[in-house]
Design a protein around this ligand. Structure first.
Ligand SMILES: [Zn+2]
Length: 369
């Protein structure tokens, strides 16, 4: 055993050395002196990340945001399968601490618990809570995939996002000129057999309770997206940003169809940038140029109160570097053992995706509104 261990150590050292040399060669001479050098042109756009879950109040995140000229939408969600997300507290207070710490570079996106939807006074008390959150600075309201995939009525029916119980709440959000961030449904792979080549393979392995393939009794993805579309159509005055490419990650044509149908609908790229890499480059590029007013750059970075700050910062930097390289340059980007050529989008399109669209679809994101 001992010998084997030593052998492994030597091998890892060699691998690490080779890796270090390759990184140094690939990144050029500026790598040592200025690790964030690649992000100078990113920072120049005053980028906005429209989908983040930062619950850790640490000055290091404020420094990073200042350094990158970055604003974020800091999002709450309710999921009764996770102890931290079961209720509005402590996540709401944690987000408000981050908002305060960053002097408003992080902006509060609230949510509400949909689970009590059959109780009398549900809409009224939810509206009361949202109005309080709006007064506290919330500019958007997240609705979550438990609608359609987990939550059932007392009669045993899966509850969809277009359930009439939610209608007065959507109306209230529109009346206050706030935006809905709709994480409804999941990637196609959630309904498919395990496939190690899928970007989501590890996620469903770690979260089997969210894996629709293991729950054949759940509604189909098509049925859930139809309910989401119906809710968007029924509320033409409500801005809806479909999180995670509106769960139409596998084919930009599906997103384009919705954009053509619903002028009040946009999407964020949270956690789905790799799906752009997996599609045909020319098609994705043409789509982003044609619908340049409807796509909001976003990451879905998650940092919990107990997470290690240094590790988190490294992940944030790495994510912004990879994404910026992919959208802004024609260089090769590595993902899951393959390399993909960057999209080299025109500067005016980058400006919209990384800044202007968030300003338009999330009024208040820059603090002025
Ligand atoms: Zn998210």
């Amino acid at each position: 055993m001992k010998t084997q261990n030593s052998k492994w150590t030597v091998l890892s050292l060699v691998t690490a050395a080779v890796l270090a040399v390759s990184i140094a060669l690939a990144s050029g001479p500026l790598f040592e002196a200025q690790p964030a050098g690649d992000l100078a042109s990113f920072a120049a756009l005053q980028p906005i990340d429209a989908h983040v879950h930062l619950y850790k109040d640490d000055p290091a995140f404020d420094s990073l945001m200042r350094h990158l000229n970055l604003r974020i939408l800091d999002i709450c969600l309710i999921d009764d399968r996770d102890p931290y997300f079961k209720r509005m507290e402590p996540q709401r207070s944690d987000v408000l601490k981050v908002v305060h710490r960053t002097a408003g570079r992080a902006v509060f996106c609230t949510t509400f618990s949909p689970y009590r939807f059959e109780e009398p006074g549900f809409a009224q008390s939810t509206i009361h809570q949202l109005d309080t959150d709006f007064a506290t600075g919330a500019i958007a309201v997240k609705i979550y995939k438990v609608m359609g995939m987990e939550m059932k009525s007392k009669a045993g029916k899966y509850v969809m996002p277009d359930d009439p119980a939610f209608e007065p709440i959507y109306k209230e959000i529109a009346d206050h000129d706030r935006t809905v961030v709709a994480h409804i449904a999941e990637p196609d792979s959630c309904w498919q057999p395990p496939n190690p080549a899928s970007p989501d393979y590890d996620y469903y392995k770690q979260n089997p309770q969210e894996y629709a393939y293991a729950h054949p009794e759940w509604p189909s993805k098509a049925a859930i997206l139809a309910a989401r579309d119906h809710m968007v159509a029924e509320n033409p005055k409500l801005r809806v940003v479909g999180a995670h490419l509106g769960s139409m990650e596998a084919d930009v044509t599906q997103i384009a169809q919705r954009f053509d149908r619903y002028p009040n609908f946009a999407v964020d790229t949270a956690a789905r940038v790799p799906y752009f890499m997996l599609q045909q480059r020319d098609k994705v590029r043409a789509f982003l140029i044609k619908y340049q007013d409807r796509i909001l750059y976003a990451t879905d970075l998650v940092t919990m109160p107990k997470d290690d700050t240094q590790k988190a910062l490294a992940e944030w930097n790495k994510t912004y570097e990879r994404d910026w390289k992919f959208f802004a340059t024609d260089q090769k980007v590595e993902y899951m053992g393959h390399s993909y050529q960057g999209l080299a989008l025109p500067q005016p399109v980058l400006r919209k995706i990384f800044h202007d669209n968030a300003v338009h679809w999330l009024p208040g994101i820059t603090g002025k509104s």
